[in-house]
Write a protein that binds this ligand. Structure first.
Ligand SMILES: [Zn+2]
Length: 296
């Protein structure tokens, strides 16, 4: 049986303020907790009937995995995991891997995740995950339903002009829908026409936005240095302005060596959006949602 981590205790220390019975009621419906970088834990419901999905598990100890190519030489992750990795893995019902890159599914997750874990993935990654030994894959071609959650997939561009060809491969965004909630996860994507159309079609309550302004710094045959592969400050501002009905939660910062935008710099750049409750920049381990979400 799975064990919850104690959202109430976490809420007590979060910057977003979780006190209040109405917010606790909402917590029973959907809760989003940032673990680290793009790794988030999404829980629907409470108690024995709850369902928990772990997105993009990066569970390695600080500094124990090789850096992302063509950037600096810092080993990753660059910050510690705020929870016990075995307890985290033991508490979930399924995993969603937005795309199988080493900053979204690391070697340690591959090692400690039981091979029969239910994993939702994009079609492009099916073969690779099978080769890693995982036997319970649910490939999201367009849409799948699972325990009251409808998971829809949208092709995304990891960088301008992305073709889906190796070595990058394909990248996807996802929409998780329940009766009362909708959460859009950008995955690694730039704000091009593809992503705009996906969000416009989805009109979610919450957008989990992978930012960090990731980029290569060294000349290489794959992508020119300085070209961003995840959302920038400017793109986040545009998202907040374009979809006022969505609360944007910024993740994918501070842990991976090719991410140059820090949470601290983002908070400085978007103080107005944060104080208006339109943008959340949670710390590792913090529950971001439901604290500031106003549902219709
Ligand atoms: Zn990434």
């Amino acid at each position: 049986m799975r064990t919850r981590f104690g959202a109430a205790a976490l809420c007590a220390v979060t910057a977003f303020g979780c006190a209040g019975s109405a917010k606790q009621d909402r917590a029973a419906e959907m809760e989003l907790r940032l673990i680290r970088s793009a790794t988030t834990e999404i829980t629907y419901g409470d108690g024995d009937g709850s369902v928990t999905l772990l997105v993009d598990p990066i569970v390695a100890d600080q500094g124990t995995e090789e850096p992302i190519f063509f950037s600096n030489d810092k080993k990753i992750p660059m910050i510690p995991l705020p929870v016990d990795k075995h307890r985290l893995i033991g508490s979930i019902d399924a995993v969603l891997i937005t795309h199988d890159h080493p900053d979204h599914f690391d070697k340690e997750a591959e090692r400690i995740l039981p091979k029969d874990t239910l994993i939702f993935c994009q079609p492009y990654d099916e073969e690779g995950l099978r080769k890693k030994g995982f036997t319970n894959l649910k490939v999201v071609v367009d849409e799948v339903s699972w325990r009251g959650i409808v998971i829809s997939r949208f092709p995304a561009s990891h960088y301008p002009g992305a073709t889906g060809a190796p070595p990058f491969g394909e990248s996807s965004s996802y929409l998780l829908r329940t009766k009362n909630d909708s959460m859009f996860i950008t995955g690694d994507a730039i704000l091009d026409e593809k992503l705009k159309a996906s969000i416009e079609k989805s009109r979610p309550n919450v957008i989990v936005a992978n930012t960090g302004e990731c980029q290569f710094s060294k000349p290489n045959p794959v992508l020119a240095p300085g070209v961003t592969m995840t959302l920038t400050r400017g793109e986040l501002k545009e998202m907040v302005q374009t979809w006022p009905g969505s609360t944007v939660v910024a993740v994918h910062m501070d842990a991976i060596n090719h991410c140059v935008l820090t949470k601290s710099a983002l908070r400085d750049a978007m103080a107005a959006e944060i104080s208006a409750g339109r943008l959340l920049v949670p710390n590792e381990g913090e529950v971001a949602i439901p604290a500031s979400v106003a549902r219709p």
